[in-house]
Design a protein. Structure first.
Length: 173
């Protein structure tokens, strides 16, 4: 069974094809451009990029050390509408704790006010966030997930650069 190269959902019929990849729709295709760029990056470049970032400095505060892939979870509810998700953070422990703390506070204040999902997701998000804050990844080498995130971010900025270069040809000169 085919699945979307970007969101990994199963594609039953149709979809969009490009360069041997298959996507559910144009949105996934656009996001998928980033995935394709990432896939075309040589292994040595990926490892080097991941290593460089892993050894610091932190992209957010410029401090060195403890750079890793952190997760932060949030829930916001507006009566019948509940929004929940996760942020992927590539930064040092201090910056991660700041973001996790603010998402924790946000969920605690704004998570509950949705029926019924606010009541279900909020305790989950608070638990997951609490867990993520208490038990940070503790590695000596960048993980595969870390490397993947670094490569995706590099590819995203490269895709962005190509787009702006297409939009105004003068910028190339
Ligand atoms: Zn998709
Ligand atoms: Zn930092």
């Amino acid at each position: 069974m085919a699945s979307c190269a970007y969101c990994k959902k199963t594609i039953l019929l149709g979809g969009v094809h490009q360069e041997g990849f298959r996507f559910c729709n144009k949105d996934c295709l656009a996001q998928g451009q980033v995935v394709m760029l990432a896939a075309s990056m040589p292994e040595a470049d990926r490892v080097r990029a991941a290593q460089t970032l892993f050894r610091g400095p932190c992209p957010q505060c410029d401090k060195r050390g403890g750079i890793d892939l952190y997760k932060s979870h949030y829930v916001m509810s507006f009566v019948l509408f509940t929004r929940h998700g996760s942020h992927t953070l590539l930064c040092c422990r201090t910056c991660a704790l700041k973001k996790q703390g603010s998402d924790f506070g946000l969920s605690l204040l704004a998570g509950w006010w949705g029926i019924p999902f606010g009541l279900i997701f909020t305790p989950l998000a608070l638990l997951r966030n609490g867990y993520a804050m208490l038990f940070p990844p503790n590695r000596v080498e960048p993980s595969a997930a870390f490397q993947q995130e670094v490569v995706l971010r590099l590819a995203a900025s490269e895709a962005e650069r190509r787009l702006t270069a297409q939009d105004n040809p003068i910028a190339k000169a």
